[in-house]
Design a protein around this ligand. Structure first.
Ligand code: ZN
Ligand code: ZN
Length: 361
């Protein structure tokens, strides 16, 4: 099958043939239909986060089941599915207490000594986050996907695979925003926009979108922002405090920078919570005022929206099909796998919301 392979950090992906195995007892072989190009892929491509190479990146996908292993009961060939990097074992403490997205058990990977799922020119290749989605086919554990309604378009379904689950989960599961509470979201890329949309669905009172690109702030309004702040023109913290007379109940950081994580904490009212969604580079430290703890301010991380994706994703599909969840507006461009490097160039420029790679089969 054809896949986009990364051989060295900071080099373009190369489209080449990669061999893919047959499903083991608990595995599923998919025909990839669509895959979103996420900022997290860019972090690995640019070498900010290390990963063994060569590798096929990509982790925001939807597809159609081609073949299932002998023990797989949850999906069958022909089913439409969304994949998730939060593959869960189902029997560790995290899984058994309902925190599937924190599972780190290796049981969803192939064991050492077993034939690898992917081979490049006969040599084993590491699968990226249990998925490796920039490829015509994917061979993944049955706990890394969920079946969805047939009437859901697969290009929009792909976005639920990462950005939307992350944004929605941060609001609903990690921060538990209550109706009427005030929310600020720093960064209006794919995940930031999904966070704004989710805050609107959760019934947040005031939703303040913060970015430096005017076009993204316009988009934020369509996703439910009640107020926008251009951080290139004003001090975002001051502006939020002024708008809310003292600060927000919830601030979400959706970029992954020290400065914006600190701003998220600084714009809270007493008792408020800052939730950091963005991937902050290894080694970076966050500085916050110790006295703010006396005001019961909190700061927390959110990994993939603290998801229970087999339950969450079909619900998100229902939200889209009932008109509550905006996905059409999130897709700025559709392109074939051959043009994938353009999608990364665009991410670096930070102008558009999201590119989706479409596969013709
Ligand atoms: Zn992602
Ligand atoms: Zn587990």
């Amino acid at each position: 099958m054809k896949a986009a392979v990364l051989h060295q950090p900071k080099t373009p992906l190369v489209i080449e043939d990669v061999a893919i195995g047959k499903p083991g007892p608990h595995e599923v072989l998919l025909r990839t239909a669509a895959v979103g190009v996420c900022h997290s892929d860019l972090h690995f491509l640019d070498g900010a986060y290390p990963f063994p190479m060569p590798v096929v990146l990509g982790h925001e996908a939807a597809g159609v089941v081609e073949q299932v292993g002998s023990e797989v009961r949850t999906v069958k060939p022909g089913d439409h599915v969304i994949t998730c990097l939060s593959a869960y074992c189902g029997h560790c403490e995290h899984c058994l207490t309902g925190h599937l997205s924190l599972c780190v058990e290796p049981d969803t990977k192939r064991r050492e000594g077993e034939e690898p799922r992917l081979l490049a020119k006969g040599a084993p290749m590491n699968q990226f986050l249990n998925l490796s989605a920039f490829a015509e086919q994917m061979l993944i554990h049955e706990h890394a996907l969920v079946a969805i309604r047939r009437d859901m378009p697969l290009d929009r379904a792909a976005l639920i695979g990462c950005a939307v689950t992350t944004g929605m989960g941060a609001v609903i599961h990690t921060a538990r925003v209550s109706p009427g509470e005030t929310v600020a979201v720093i960064g209006c890329g794919g995940i930031g926009l999904a966070t704004i949309n989710s805050a609107a669905i959760a019934g947040a009172g005031r939703i303040i979108a913060i970015d430096r690109v005017p076009g993204k702030l316009e988009l934020a309004k369509q996703f439910g922002a009640t107020d926008v702040i251009n951080a290139a023109d004003v001090d975002a913290v001051e502006a939020v405090r002024e708008l809310t007379r003292g600060g927000v109940h919830h601030a979400f950081e959706a970029i992954g920078l020290k400065q914006t994580a600190e701003q998220a904490f600084s714009m809270l009212r007493r008792g408020g919570t800052a939730t950091v969604i963005g991937m902050i580079a290894p080694g970076v430290k966050i500085e916050i005022k110790g006295t703010d703890f006396l005001a019961e301010k909190r700061i927390q991380g959110s990994m993939m929206g603290s998801n229970r994706f087999p339950v969450d994703m079909p619900r998100l599909v229902d939200f889209y099909l009932s008109g509550k969840l905006k996905l059409d507006e999130l897709i700025s461009r559709r392109m074939p796998l051959e043009n994938i490097n353009e999608a990364f160039d665009e991410l670096r420029r930070g102008e558009l919301a999201r590119s989706v790679i479409m596969f013709e089969h």
